[in-house]
Design a protein around this ligand. Structure first.
Ligand code: SAH
Length: 258
């Protein structure tokens, strides 16, 4: 490796301590920096320079942390490691979705009681000039698809059955979905495999800074009436499975940005 070049790290974000736990353990620790009340842990994971930060829940908190990672800490790419609610009836708790598209399901215009989603940052009025979602770069998508082909999470780490790993559409909004009717409406309106509260914000920051963003989510619940109980029960398992997939994606991200 050419040590004379400054190596830009990848920024890895989670919302919750449980989600960051596995990567925290894998971190060869470097400097710890505090900014805006958040802790930014510099170091290496599997030999790759990273900055880990736990942002808390929701799109604004995520955007603050992601902007600091991109601007102040010079991160060359962003990765989210965490859990989500399932939207697609074909998926089960323990399955892992890597977002190839992220839609902020609560950003847009409401008319006649229905929301039309707009591309975040664009004024939600008038004709749609851009798709609502943020899409993964096609090269990066291809490399990730190749790396996960035939790969699953061992049953011991996924709750008794192998965890499927797939690319899919992930919805983000500032709500914990604990309601089957809302889940079904979201799935009907947007399609998609998972719903969470941060990924679309990370993608928006990535787009502004011109850096790639990969969101990895393991289903902790199915976003229905029992999702608060499933979430509490499966959070540790799901967070761990997401970490396994993130560590598989890191070398790909690394190759894409260096
Ligand atoms: N404060 C609670 C709940 C956290 S909110 C606790 O810690 O017990 C849930 C977190 O997991 C969010 O960061 C979100 O991105 C993700 N998530 C998991 N299931 C979700 C669901 N059904 N709807 C929305 N977000 C979900």
């Amino acid at each position: 490796m050419d040590r004379s070049k400054t190596v830009r790290p990848l920024g890895i974000v989670s919302a919750l301590p449980e989600e960051m736990g596995g990567l925290g353990l894998a971190l060869e620790k470097g400097e710890l920096v505090e900014a805006a009340g958040y802790h930014f842990h510099h170091g290496r994971v599997d030999g790759h320079p990273v900055v880990l930060a736990e942002a808390g829940c929701g799109k604004v908190a995520t955007a603050i942390v992601a902007s600091l990672l991109a601007d102040r800490f010079g991160c060359a790419g962003l990765v989210f490691s965490g859990v989500a609610g399932g939207l697609d009836p074909a998926l089960a708790i323990g399955d892992i979705v890597i977002a190839d598209e992220l839609i902020q399901h609560d950003y847009g215009a409401v008319a006649g009681g229905r929301l039309t989603a707009y591309h975040p940052g664009l004024a939600p009025i008038g004709p749609l000039t851009q798709p609502a979602g943020f899409r993964l770069d096609p090269e990066l998508r291809r490399a990730i698809a190749e790396s996960i082909a035939g790969f699953s999470i061992p049953p011991s780490a996924a709750g008794g059955r192998p965890g499927r790993v797939l690319l899919g559409r992930v919805l983000s909004g500032d709500q914990f979905v604990n309601c089957a009717a809302t889940r079904d409406r979201l799935h009907q309106d947007f399609g998609g495999q998972a719903v969470e509260m941060e990924g679309g914000a990370l993608a928006q920051v990535g787009e502004r800074f011109g850096i790639p963003c990969v969101v990895v989510r393991c289903l902790s619940d199915l976003a229905g009436a029992e999702s608060h109980m499933d979430f509490a029960k499966f959070l540790p398992l799901a967070a761990n499975a997401a970490t396994i997939v993130v560590r598989r994606v890191l070398p790909i991200m690394w190759a894409a940005v260096s």
